[in-house]
Design a protein around this ligand. Structure first.
Ligand code: SF4
Length: 333
């Protein structure tokens, strides 16, 4: 088993899982397949040269019944790429540090272009969504990538996930010219005090400036916010709602805070006994979580504190049956 969960909450993984791979999986999986691993938890050194990795087995991926569209891009099929790993920032609600560490490693611009070229020629890819924590952290890399796209006249649409303080007008203009359609941006809060508490390292004015530039330049924006952050007051929450309206993003998400294992804020919540519940995956829910779900998600039961494990299994079964045959499961009596 791999993925973020193996680093964030390995103690919640069932005993029948033979090997838990933390961090990068390429070497670990190879060694497990060759029968060379005895330990249950396998963790390898971080790779520094990602360009040395072969392409993913796209031929297998392309046959899977995935939805190859994306609401912010007008073309299809869209492929997702992950071209960097790790994050040097210190946001306290985030567990990326515990999963990858602070070291930021990345594919070169040339490597990204050659993989896109392969996807276009082999599968008719029309767009790319860069699904990674921060595509724009290395400015020179983004500039080279955009210049290569323009020089090679590659007609693809793309979007990426990013941080406000890695963007500026010149970069955004170049990105737009090179086919960037949309940005996913973690804004988190409209309160400067809360942003500082989260150690987000950005200012509200910076956020407003970048969103203004995106509107002018013609890049769509997807803004993500969090409410219910520990120590947040009603007035600070109202500042977040006000900012979400003022920014006029193409799409915005107001997420209700859930503590992620091994993030600094998670430790803070536990230490100060601020939580109401911890679920079977180790996520912590603050007191008042369900009321915020009522307020921001019209009481969506999927977003509420999960019930007893037996209830969770019943809900999962019900959802599965609904997805397979569109029917409610019959009552046992
Ligand atoms: S929220 Fe984003 S910028 Fe902050 S630590 Fe996590 S990955 Fe890095």
């Amino acid at each position: 088993m791999g993925g973020p969960h193996t680093s964030a909450a390995p103690e919640t993984i069932p005993a029948f899982v033979d090997h838990i791979v933390q961090g990068e999986g390429e070497t670990a999986v190879l060694e497990i397949a060759r029968g060379r691993v005895n330990e249950r938890i396998v963790k390898k050194e971080r790779r520094t040269n990602l360009d040395a990795l072969p392409f993913q087995p796209w031929d297998i991926f392309a046959q899977m019944p995935y939805d190859f569209s994306c609401q912010w891009l007008s073309v299809k099929p869209i492929f997702t790429l992950n071209t960097s790993r790790g994050c040097p920032f210190n946001c306290t609600f985030c567990s990326v540090g515990s999963i990858w560490g602070k070291l930021y490693t990345y594919y070169s611009a040339e490597r990204i272009i050659s993989e896109i070229d392969y996807l276009v020629k082999t599968f008719g890819a029309k767009g790319i969504y860069f699904r990674e924590d921060n595509f724009t952290l290395k400015k020179e890399r983004v500039i080279s990538f955009c210049e290569l796209l323009l020089r090679k006249n590659m007609p693809i649409q793309w979007m990426c996930e990013t941080r406000i303080d890695t963007l500026d007008e010149n970069l955004l203009t170049l990105m737009r010219r090179a086919g960037c359609e949309a940005l996913y941006i973690g804004v988190e809060s409209g309160s400067q005090r809360v942003l500082d508490f989260l150690k987000k390292g950005i200012r509200v004015e910076q956020v407003e400036n970048i969103f203004r530039l995106c509107h002018t330049i013609g890049i769509k924006t997807c803004a993500s916010f969090i409410v219910g952050i520990p120590t947040e007051t009603e007035a600070e929450r109202a500042e977040t709602i006000a900012l979400s309206k003022r920014l006029q993003p193409t799409t915005s998400w107001i997420n209700v805070f859930v503590g992620i294992p091994r993030s600094p804020l998670y430790e803070y919540v536990l230490k100060n006994h601020l939580y109401e519940d911890i679920d079977t995956c180790g996520l912590v829910y603050l007191k008042g979580h369900n009321q915020l779900v009522d307020q921001f998600y019209r009481g969506d039961p999927k977003r509420k504190i999960p019930g007893h494990p037996a209830d969770q299994i019943k809900t999962a079964l019900k959802n599965f049956l609904l997805s397979v045959c569109g029917k409610q499961p019959k009552r046992a009596h």
